[in-house]
Ligand binder design. Structure first.
Ligand SMILES: [Zn+2]
Length: 167
């Protein structure tokens, strides 16, 4: 089982992850144009098929839990008609916060690729509760693999261009 997972992880090339990240980033940009926070995420099957792509909708829904990753997970589960995404990929423009990391683990997601690190998220004014996705993943019993810095330059500059404004 363990070996199988590592094979899957290696079989997804950097090039492919960048293509997936472009889809998440485009959705994040679309969200900011509608006044949402600058985050996007997508779910891909182990075979590389896109199940969902979503942006953060906290502002339009007044739901503090409507992060891009949670939205993408919910949408993917709706698409396949079951609440489980075993061995799927979560691609997120920024390092997932504790809520999103936990939601991914509960859904059975094994692989997470992200662009900007939690430090950049903090710099842009969006807190992560002081725990990085990577730290939390290490403490969990769930066997989650994280890949950082996918399209990092694009994700970082996008996030910093869309710093949280004081309201
Ligand atoms: Zn989150």
């Amino acid at each position: 089982m363990e070996t199988h997972q590592y094979v899957k992880l290696d079989s997804v090339t950097e090039l492919r992850l960048k293509r997936w990240m472009k889809a998440a980033l485009a959705e994040a940009e679309r969200g900011t144009e509608n006044g949402e926070h600058p985050f996007g995420a997508a779910i891909y099957t182990p075979e590389g098929e896109q199940l969902s792509v979503a942006c953060n909708t906290v502002c339009s829904t007044n739901n503090p839990a409507a992060h891009a990753e949670v939205n993408a997970i919910a949408s993917a589960c709706q698409a396949i008609g079951e609440p489980s995404l075993t061995n799927h990929w979560l691609v997120a423009t920024a390092e997932p916060c504790p809520m999103c990391l936990s939601t991914a683990a509960i859904a059975g997601i094994k692989f997470i690729a992200f662009g900007a690190s939690q430090a950049v998220v903090n710099e842009a004014g969006y807190g992560g509760l002081g725990v990085t996705g990577r730290d939390l993943a290490r403490q969990m019993s769930a066997n989650i693999h994280l890949r950082s810095s996918i399209l990092a330059n694009d994700c970082v500059s996008f996030l910093l261009r869309n710093r949280k404004r004081n309201r």
